[in-house]
Design a protein around this ligand. Structure first.
Ligand code: BGC
Length: 753
């Protein structure tokens, strides 16, 4: 095959693709002249002060320490995180503006990840909706609530590509796909920031964690990441680039090293790519102590060396650790770092403060009625929870009839705290509605027989089984609500076995013996493997921790007021042992296939030593996941037919249109996520077996059909070749219009020069 290389600019088609879903959140143009003027008045201590992000424990009590106030007066701090009492923030800001020599205002950062007081589904759940507008509306609600209490900077969205469900932080991600992640990341940036950061309800967003944190070996948090540069650029950096183009105010470096160099001291990423290639002029902050952690990584000898390596790489602000404060002046005096390099860091910090309009309006809050946890915010959280739920199995037991009695069993049926999921500092259980609350409301208390069976998800004993079985015997059907407690996913909470923890499976097996319809509802922070119980239950409705409104959303879905429409944003393994697992993998020289597969029990005893007949699979697990990326059922069915391409050859620089007719062949109105994939058959470097390029979520009435059309620009086919040039190559391509990454209508086109 003839390959034609054509380097293209690194801009683009992403901004274009992203703009199909939401307008770029362009930051207000700051006054560079004002920055220069201020910089010229600053002492070196004040400059270094701007690079310091000081933490308060999120549980800190007692008044603000005098020593802390003095550091603000002395201009030795540029930002705070976790100052949670609004009057303390006001006081610190007043001191900064009125009592420090230059009156430079402070940033107040907080982890507002998937809601502030009104909690939305965890980011993986938002991605499962395949509706970026819901993520944007969640971020808007979060920003309105958080800015009301004086937070002006959030450490979100997290846009790490996550291919390993054992990794606890998969919960905070948008899953494994770079296009899905880019679009959701940009939607959240737009929701947090609006089009104008100076808007008092806008909050500066942070694209984190730059970069490769989701690729930690073995899914163990903080672990090493080894990522070939082409993959780094084509997969892991893609969402960050999209966020940079959309005007994200800041970025956070990750804890991990990438190919031997910790992210926090990584010149390739922070200088060459971010500032050089992307011309990014926002602020870059470290992660919590990630500057001093470069010592444990073996990249810095001591704190002073760590400060040098971070500052030299272009890290603008140091979170919590104090190496800049202690050593930067000395390092500059010794000539190891140019004062101009420090000036560059400070410029980026000041620019963000100007963009937020903090010099004009340091407190930024408008006096108004509180909208925290308002009916409108709760309704938006409910809508997001509704659209995020994924129906994985259904033997006609869902939706369930309103008539009759339900035995509601399980550790998450009435666990208001757990349903919020990971990274929630400000949400409170008392504001949440559980499945028990909602079903009682819908069906009447007398028709819901509740027995949790297990007090929390990890309980190993069977003490509650008798009561649970007794409750189930009295009811017409059983709904078991299980999963993971909130604390079992998120930072530092990786798991090797990702099945239901504790005795949940044992209890489900006991309940199955009653031969009543048994519906499993799961709330968790990651895919949960169900190999041991899937055949015991009639239906599985899966929810990534859905937040404040979990109960009403799940109740509406169970009762069929709404048909589930979530689709998997990650590949769902049969076992944690299959991880890492992702649909857009490469082929091997011996690709796995159903025809050749030889399972462990098919091998003759004392078989002759041979690899023939075997390919890239596990003898005991095969090669397929439990459910492919993009998968999800509804209460109806859809057919795909009549794939059409408007041309079979496209010129590089042009575009192609592909369409198919999607029909609702079932009996209920439902939504389908129509997915559009391509495969570049031969490349200068090997290409994935499939790549998502776009999707449309459509709602059809029973019997209704619609032609769904996708337009593909050839720029969307670019990748990094061996020489690290971004190219679009002529050659053969496959495409699919599909309900998930493992099926669909297949077409073919040729890309020509
Ligand atoms: C996490 C970040 C978070 C920071 C501040 C770190 O441990 O990795 O994602 O923003 O803490 O709370």
């Amino acid at each position: 095959m003839r390959l034609i290389f054509r380097p293209i600019k690194r801009t683009f088609f992403y901004a274009f693709l992203v703009s199909l879903f939401c307008l770029p959140a362009l930051a207000a143009t700051p006054s560079e002249a004002k920055i220069e003027q201020l910089l010229s008045k600053m002492t070196i201590t004040e400059k270094i002060g701007q690079t310091n992000l000081r933490g308060r424990s999120s549980r800190a009590t007692g008044p603000l320490p005098e020593a802390l106030k003095q550091t603000v007066i002395d201009g030795k701090v540029g930002a705070f995180l976790n100052v949670m009492k609004p009057h303390e923030r006001d006081e610190l800001q007043r001191i900064a503006v009125e009592e420090s020599r230059l009156g430079i205002p402070l940033l107040f950062g907080r982890d507002v990840i998937h809601g502030f007081k009104t909690i939305f589904p965890i980011p993986l759940g938002l991605a499962a909706s395949w509706q970026p507008e819901l993520a944007e509306s969640g971020a808007r609600v979060s920003a309105i609530e958080a800015t009301e209490l004086g937070v002006n900077w959030t450490f979100a969205p997290m846009m790490d590509i996550a291919r390993d469900p054992r990794w606890g932080r998969i919960a905070e991600s948008f899953g494994e796909d770079p296009v899905l992640t880019s679009i959701f990341s940009v939607a959240m940036v737009k929701g947090f920031q609006t089009d104008d950061l100076s808007n008092p309800t806008a909050m500066a967003a942070t694209a984190k964690h730059l970069v490769g944190y989701g690729a930690v070996e073995g899914g163990r948090d903080y672990n090493t990441s080894l990522i070939p540069e082409g993959e780094l650029r084509d997969v892991y950096l893609k969402p960050f680039k999209a966020a940079a183009d959309a005007g994200v105010a800041s970025m956070m470096t990750s804890f991990n090293e990438i190919n031997g160099v910790p992210a926090t001291g990584n010149k390739l990423i922070l200088k060459d790519v971010l500032r050089g290639e992307w011309q990014y002029d926002g602020m870059v902050v470290s992660d919590w102590d990630s500057v001093i952690e470069m010592i444990a990584h073996g990249f810095a000898a001591d704190k002073k060396h760590a400060a040098l390596r971070a500052a030299d790489a272009g890290l603008d602000m140091e979170m919590t650790s104090d190496t800049y404060e202690l050593y930067l002046e000395e390092i500059i005096a010794e000539g190891k770092l140019d004062i101009k390099q420090l000036d560059d860091l400070v410029r980026n910090v000041l620019r963000l403060k100007y963009r937020l309009n903090l010099f004009e309006s340091p407190h930024r809050r408008e006096v108004k009625e509180s909208s925290i946890l308002s009916a409108e915010h709760r309704q938006k959280a409910k809508e997001a929870a509704l659209q995020s739920a994924i129906l994985l199995k259904n033997n006609n037991s869902l939706p369930m009839p309103k008539k009759g009695t339900v035995a509601l069993i399980g550790p998450l049926a009435h666990a208001a705290h757990e349903q919020m999921g990971t990274w929630v500092f400000d949400g409170r259980a008392k504001n949440n509605i559980t499945v028990l609350d909602a079903l009682q409301q819908e069906l009447g208390n007398e028709n819901v027989i509740f027995a949790e069976g297990l007090a929390y998800s990890r309980v190993m004993n069977h003490d509650g089984f008798t009561a649970a079985i007794a409750a189930a015997k009295k009811a017409d059907r059983i709904v078991f609500v299980g999963g993971e407690e909130a604390i079992l996913s998120g930072e530092a909470h990786s798991r090797a076995d990702i099945s239901l923890p504790g005795s949940q499976e044992a209890l489900i097996k006991e309940l199955a013996k009653l031969n009543k319809p048994l519906i499993l509802v799961i709330m968790a922070g990651r895919p949960i493997t169900m190999g041991n119980i899937i055949d015991y239950v009639d239906a599985v409705l899966f929810n990534f921790h859905p937040g404040t409104m979990a109960g009403p959303a799940i109740s509406d879905l169970l009762l069929g007021k709404v048909s589930p429409s979530g689709r998997l944003p990650v590949t769902w393994p049969k076992s944690g042992a299959q991880a890492p697992i992702y649909y857009n993998h490469k082929n091997t020289g011996r690709p796995a296939n159903d025809k050749d597969f030889v399972g462990i029990n098919d091998i003759p005893v004392q078989a002759w030593q041979s690899s023939l007949g075997n390919d890239s699979h596990y003898l005991d697990l095969g090669f397929r996941p439990a459910y492919p990326f993009g998968y999800g059922l509804t209460y109806s069915q859809f057919s795909y037919a009549d794939l059409k391409l408007d041309q079979s050859q496209i010129k590089i620089g042009g575009s192609i249109k592909a369409s198919a007719i999607i029909k609702n062949t079932g009996k209920r109105e439902a939504s389908e996520v129509v997915q559009f994939y391509i495969q570049d058959v031969v490349g200068d470097v090997t290409r994935p077996v499939r790549e998502l390029k776009n999707w449309q979520k459509i709602t059809l009435k029973p019997g209704e059909s619609r032609t769904v059309t996708f337009e593909l620009q050839t720029d969307e086919l670019s990748f990094h070749n061996i020489a690290m040039q971004e190219v679009v190559e002529a050659g053969d391509f496959n495409l699919w219009i599909a309900p998930n990454a493992d099926s669909g209508l297949k077409g073919h086109f040729e890309l020509i020069e």
